[in-house]
Design a protein around this ligand. Structure first.
Ligand SMILES: NC(=O)c1ccc[n+]([C@@H]2O[C@H](COP(=O)([O-])OP(=O)(O)OC[C@H]3O[C@@H](n4cnc5c(N)ncnc54)[C@H](OP(=O)(O)O)[C@@H]3O)[C@@H](O)[C@H]2O)c1
Length: 254
């Protein structure tokens, strides 16, 4: 690989840690995002700054995303167009996007398709939900006096530093196509996740499980978002919460 790695979304929760991992190598690491303090500020949706950031990059770790994802396909298209032949594209995706009807997952799948069809060498890593995301979700629903959770939904949350280390290793390696799913150490129901969150905050609230109709809910109940055969993460959600309940809100940002 040549010495320059471009990370898109380097200001994000995952991106900051991927950049920290890559900076331990002797490669030049660039961050392309709209709010970066670095020299490669840009916007993948408008295309501003993308050509400059991509110039001379031999590897691109594409993490940028804006849920619910309306602009992600355009952003990915603009990125791929700016890359020279032979650039190794490493893309972060989500477990189950190949069969899950949830709209954001379908967007991730469409971006995977673009990467695969680009003719560029690529590596795609699908992971389960990040600890921070599930904590944010729990905080959001736990505002109600009685906490509603969808019956039968589960998650297998994973630590962002573990995903970041894996992405950095993949970026330093040869293109590998779609690699094995990466899941957290435990499958937890949403009820268990909210209970662990409330306990970590020293609170207790009644939780009520609701039957949510529809095909998206059915897919969550079927567990398409889980990877129990690939429970390679080591840090449990409970251990993560012991490090302090994070104040990040995915839902305010969206
Ligand atoms: N959260 C999860 O549970 C989970 C699970 C599996 C995979 N993933 C994937 O992991 C990736 C990172 O997630 P995260 O949780 O770290 O998200 P995040 O904290 O919201 O970070 C998103 C990043 O995308 C950048 N971005 C958004 N729009 C952009 C644009 N138009 N141009 C350039 N950069 C843009 C943001 O930077 P600026 O705002 O500065 O532009 C930010 O750096 C996403 O692709 C997500 O789909 C997430």
């Amino acid at each position: 690989m040549n010495g320059t790695i471009l990370v898109t979304g380097g200001t994000g929760l995952l991106g900051r840690q991927v950049i920290a991992e890559l900076q331990r190598t002797d490669q030049e690491v660039r961050d392309l995002s709209r709010s970066t303090q670095g020299p490669y500020r840009g916007d993948l949706v408008t295309g501003e700054g993308v050509t400059r950031a991509a110039e001379g990059a031999g590897t691109v770790v594409h993490l940028a995303s804006k849920p619910p994802g309306k602009t992600d396909v355009q952003a990915t298209r603009n990125l791929l167009k700016a890359l020279k032949p032979g650039t190794h594209v490493v893309y972060i995706s989500i477990v189950g996007v190949d069969r899950h009807p949830y709209s954001y997952y379908q967007v991730k799948r469409a971006c995977e398709d673009l990467v695969e069809a680009s003719g560029l060498p690529y590596t795609i890593l699908r992971t389960t939900q990040f600890h921070d995301f599930m904590a944010s979700l729990a905080r959001s629903v736990a505002r109600s006096p009685i906490v509603p959770v969808p019956a039968g939904w589960a998650s297998q949350p994973i630590a962002i530093p573990e995903v970041a280390a894996q992405l950095a290793a993949l970026a330093m390696g040869d293109p590998a196509g779609l690699v094995a799913d990466m899941g957290g150490p435990q499958v937890l129901t949403l009820r268990e996740i909210v209970e662990l969150y409330l306990t970590a905050e020293g609170r207790h609230k009644p939780i009520v499980e609701l039957n949510v109709p529809g095909k998206v809910s059915a897919a969550f109940r079927a567990g398409y978002q889980l990877a129990p055969q690939h429970a390679v993460g080591r840090i449990t959600f409970e251990e993560f919460l012991k490090g302090g309940v994070p104040s990040t809100s995915y839902f305010r940002k969206a």
